[in-house]
Write a protein that binds this ligand. Structure first.
Ligand code: SF4
Ligand code: SF4
Length: 54
């Protein structure tokens, strides 16, 4: 499951837009709902700050 490195996240929202499950919300930093996430990896690839790691 992907995890957000809160020290690297800049809150840009790019991961929110790319997630097919609507599993991510941004409240200062991105938060992933593990119950919705299907581990597709799209957010990991999209994040410009490399703030999401598998
Ligand atoms: S791995 Fe896929 S489903 Fe999970 S939060 Fe990232 S984009 Fe959404
Ligand atoms: S794409 Fe990366 S930097 Fe932008 S909100 Fe998501 S985790 Fe944070």
């Amino acid at each position: 499951m992907p995890k957000v490195n809160v020290d690297e996240c800049v809150g840009c929202g790019a991961c929110v837009d790319v997630c097919p499950q609507d599993a991510i919300v941004v409240d200062d930093v991105a938060v992933i709902d593990d119950d919705k996430c299907v581990d597709c990896g799209a957010c990991v690839d999209e994040c410009p700050s490399s703030a999401i790691v598998e």
